[in-house]
Design a protein around this ligand. Sequence first.
Ligand code: ADP
Ligand code: MG
Length: 696
Amino acid sequence: MKKIPELFGSMVFNNEVMKARLPKEIYKALKKTMSQGTHLELDVANAVAASMKDWAVEKGATHFTHWFQPMTGTTAEKHDSFISPSGDGKVIMEFSGAELIRGEPDASSFPSGGLRATFEARGYTVWDTTSYAFIKDGTLCIPTAFCSYSGEALDKKTPLLRSMEAVDKQALRVLKLFGNTSAQRVIAEVGPEQEYFLIDKEMFLLRPDLIYTGRTLFGARPPKGQELEDHYFGAIKPRVSAFMKELDEELWKLGVCAKTKHNEVAPAQHELAPIFTTTNIATDHNQLMMELMKSIANKHGLACLLHEKPFAGVNGSGKHNNWSISTDTGINLLKPGKTPHDNAQFLLFLVAVIKAVDEYQDVLRVSTASAGNDHRLGANEAPPAIVSVFLGEELTEILDSIEAGTNYQGKEKRHMEIGVTALPHFPKDSTDRNRTSPFAFTGNKFEFRMIGSSFSIAGPNIVLNTVIAEVLRQFADRLEKAKDFNSDLAELIKSTYHEHKRIIFNGNNYSDEWLAEAQKRGLSNYKTTVEALPEFISPKSIELFTKHHVFTEAELRSRYEILMEAYCKTIHIEALTMVDMVKGEIMPACIDYQNDLMKLLQRKKALGYYDSSLEEHLVGNISKLTACMLKNLSTLEKALLDSKEERKILAQAQFYRNSIYTAMSELRLVVDELETLVARKHWPFPVYGEILFSVI
Ligand code: ADP
Ligand code: MG
């Protein structure tokens, strides 16, 4: 292996490569476009494209693609080779500026949520100059945004970039009021921790449910699960370690700062965290990470499961979105400072986040909603479906004393005056290891923990950035008019905290007391995707996103449709898979086993004197359960027929949740019990114990 610094970014057309390979003037023009979003002239684009192509060809690339993120949640790419006929029966390798800047994939097969009906069917992709091009699998990938002909966003990147601009704009207004003239930009940054499962590929291929839906639809609890907590941070098994090593290396080549890897709580569960970076790049990198996890696992005879809940009874997987905002001069606005001035600024940004999360808890919840994540949120492991903020005791005490105008009761008892006194030095609260909070302050960043492991982090960050931008806008509007900045600022921090502190909760989020308490505080609790999603198109949400030009109303409504449809389709596929597994394999297995037992019974009877209580007991119980299975199966099949009835999308999603999902759960219950009775050699699928402990 090459040395890591040499390896790192070796497949990325990054700043260093650009500087080394582009003519000076071209490099300067491109940098300007990258930092200021100015138009890229065609001659500049042509020069960049030629240089990119040469570099890529030297690295063995033969094709290029506009790499984009449609509303499917994954990435899309259509490869074109660089070849161009040179007239003499030969070819040359070509790549033009026009091809670099803009592509025109046929958009008609991507979800558009109705946008296509009203707008042009064709879509186009445009180079996102803020994210570097890279080579993956012999193809030069150009990160692009994907829009309809009339400019409506059909992807996740476009609104993400818009939301980053919104925070940038509003945060800069606030910073100016604090006399900061050096910062040109404020950047939202993210470090997403990715959880996943690794199982043996052979086991995976024997489970149609894993193949079609990404999760097991049946499976009785194994004798051992995660109760001993012996997997968490445990020694990494050699096969897993080999996978992780290759994954790290491939990610490093692509410039992804893969940093921390460890075993997670559930058996076969692991985590990989990169070092944080600009949200837009972090999002691209997280997509690459998920893709590489799958393909590299495959090479190692493993299957990587990114579903939120591959196995019932053990923890599911999430994605912890560590988020902060900082200036282009390197100041983290969520980091408590050392001077009174810095601390006043820190407190203002802190209460801005508190207010934003409280006021927009509904849309934040929406951003984490999916059929897969419904199995986690509120299911006693991941954060609950109720959004709340963890601040830690010390910071809460400081804010409490500010609110009450009393002495801060910490180690250094004194009166806190915003902008006059420095914050008492508070060590990172030890309770910041509170893993139950959905939105935890962890010293200099917030960790949004409700996101599902298979999600693109674009959605949650679009919402996060926009709600923060909105509150900062309100703050800037108010403080720009202030006669006495310091006293208005103090008053604003105090009153904001007072009005929104109901969102703060430092205790155990899994407890029943919290459920009751949250309800008393008037916090929302959307238990399922179907309940949460309508909040996305509430008047409040429409006002928020349109005001900051993150989504138009049409875009918002189209996304709502897409998310609802995805929910229905997911459950539909799961239900069909269950039916298929039961009819095709589980029923015959039960019959075969009973047949064995019946034959034995007959032989025993013929001989006359043997005791047959075991066989009779088994046949009796299995018969009872199979009858029940048959009944539950027909209920599910009937519900599936009913799903064909014409309904509005919300009613349809409700039908899937209430009728189909319920019927699926009931069917699973009987089948799981049958699994414990039928002889293992007859059971058609590997069981949980075999799958979860398959990698040795
Ligand atoms: P853990 O939460 O497991 O204790 P850390 O807190 O060290 O781990 O970091 C988790 C993630 O948070 C990493 O991806 C890290 O790069 C990221 N992170 C650290 N500082 C910041 C920051 N200021 N803004 C955004 N992400 C950050
Ligand atoms: Mg963390």
